[in-house]
Design a protein around this ligand. Structure first.
Ligand code: AMP
Ligand code: GLY
Length: 425
């Protein structure tokens, strides 16, 4: 059995790592992958955005399953292309991926379906948007409609900030076409959590909860990043909220999509704000979270491969996912300067020592093999991950492993999972 994983980050290494443990013994390929996936899979020299190149490979090699990591190929219609070729891909079609690809579409679906979310207005005209924020007052949130590599959301404390954000997006075009339409959204207070679910078109099976750390520096300071660490479970999502989230977030969203004749298959990721009134959706993503996946998959006791296949084929059953009671923490080691400019090509040492610690696995994100040595090749370099009987033990183990690893210009947050530990302590 052949399985292709598309993408090159820590999320894809975690997927490859979990799939490699399958008793079905799949032969794994990763496009383009990194130095970590190279140890478990055959890396292919094809970029995740090169759908033609990927399709040529897939038509020739006929993988039994293709698992798509990042949103770009999903939003560009990779799954539709696979279906047309008679190939099986795990992930939503282009129409369904609009839940992530267009914040306007996503908000319309939520509003029509009665999904709890922040109130919002959509604008195609900058003047009208500015008038609206002047009337409304701050705080509020300005969002570019399209994919903006996680940078298209601006929290505005003052009307002046909001006007700047609107001008940047709609007049100065800093996000290109993605900013042609904007949403101006009510500011929600609370703690964030990520709830991912496998969806097979009909059934929804929630994964264990997680919390990401989006800001670059400790205590949620500094610029937004792709994510500097994550932990699972997230105690802010207590058991009582899970059925509510399943019904009001996932159930209602899928019912509304169905009404629009859109079938959703794949992972649906709800970024939630746990407000005083209950969970509200901040965003949907149409794929596994990065770095949430690195903290969730080590807790999965059952085989991931049949669950992903069942999802793609419409035969998912809840008992396909069984969880270990352990907690898991993943700490991102990044290159200094990230999310701005950073250097590449720094030699990494201590990986074997770190991986030899109990309950520890080091997922690679931006790494590359060069002359037999592992070197840095991206802003987020490694995801140092550990499980433990408690979040406290998992965090301690992850940070002990971080201390083993060295590369010039390494930086990481010291407070991953600290909020959850304060909560329980
Ligand atoms: P998004 O890409 O929509 O998840 O937004 C990125 C980040 O902005 C989220 O993780 C939140 O921290 C924050 N955010 C987005 N929407 C809101 C909102 N309505 N109220 C408060 N914070 C928000
Ligand atoms: N962890 C945030 C994301 O995957 O979008």
């Amino acid at each position: 059995m052949k399985v292709l994983v598309i993408g090159s980050g820590g999320r894809e290494h975690a997927l490859v790592w979990k799939l490699a443990q399958s008793p079905l013994g799949p032969r794994l390929y990763c496009a383009p992958g990194n130095a970590g996936t190279a140890e478990l899979a055959e890396n292919l020299d094809i970029r995740a955005e090169d759908i033609d190149g990927l399709a040529r490979w897939a038509c020739e090699k006929r993988p039994d399953l293709t698992v798509v990591g990042p949103e770009a190929p999903l939003c560009a219609g990779l799954v539709d292309r696979w279906q047309a070729e008679g190939l099986v891909a795990f992930g939503p079609t282009q129409a369904a991926a609009q839940l992530e690809g267009s914040k306007v579409f996503s908000k319309e679906v939520m509003r029509a379906g009665g999904v709890p979310t922040a109130g919002a207005a959509t604008f195609t005209d900058a003047g009208a948007a500015v008038d609206f924020v002047r009337r409304q007052g701050c705080p509020l949130v300005v969002k570019a409609e399209g994919l903006a590599a996680g940078k298209g959301v601006v929290i505005c404390r003052t009307v002046l900030d909001a006007e700047e954000a609107i001008l940047d997006m709609m007049v100065r075009g800093v996000f290109g076409a993605a900013g042609r339409r904007v949403l101006v959204e009510e500011y929600l207070e609370g703690e964030e959590a990520s709830i991912l679910a496998l969806v097979d078109g009909e059934r929804v099976v929630l994964l264990e909860s997680a919390q990401d750390h989006k800001r670059a520096l400790d205590n949620d300071q500094g610029p937004n990043t792709g994510g500097m660490g994550a932990y699972s479970p997230a105690p802010v999502v207590s058991e009582r909220w899970k059925p509510v989230i399943e019904r009001e977030v996932f159930g209602r969203t899928l019912t509304e999509l169905k009404r629009r004749r859109i079938v959703y298959r794949g992972v649906l990721y709800a970024g939630l704000m746990m407000t005083a009134e209950g969970p509200k959706v901040l965003e949907f993503n149409c794929r596994f979270g990065d770095p949430e996946t690195q903290a969730i998959l080590p807790r999965l006791a059952s085989d991931l491969l049949p669950a992903l296949q069942a999802c793609a084929e419409g035969t998912l059953r809840p008992e396909m996912l069984r969880w270990r009671p352990e907690a898991c923490v993943t700490v991102v080691m990044a290159a200094v300067g990230y999310p701005g400019a950073y250097e590449k090509g720094r030699v990494i040492s201590g990986l074997d020592q770190a991986a030899g610690r109990p309950g520890t696995v080091v997922f690679h994100a931006g790494t590359h093999m060069e002359g037999g040595r592992t070197v840095t090749a991206g802003g987020r370099v490694l995801n140092v991950t550990a499980t433990g009987v408690s979040l406290e033990e998992a965090a301690r183990r992850a940070y002990e492993a971080v201390a083993d690893i060295r590369f010039e210009g390494a930086m990481w947050r010291r407070d991953i999972a600290a909020r959850a530990l304060r909560r329980s302590g």
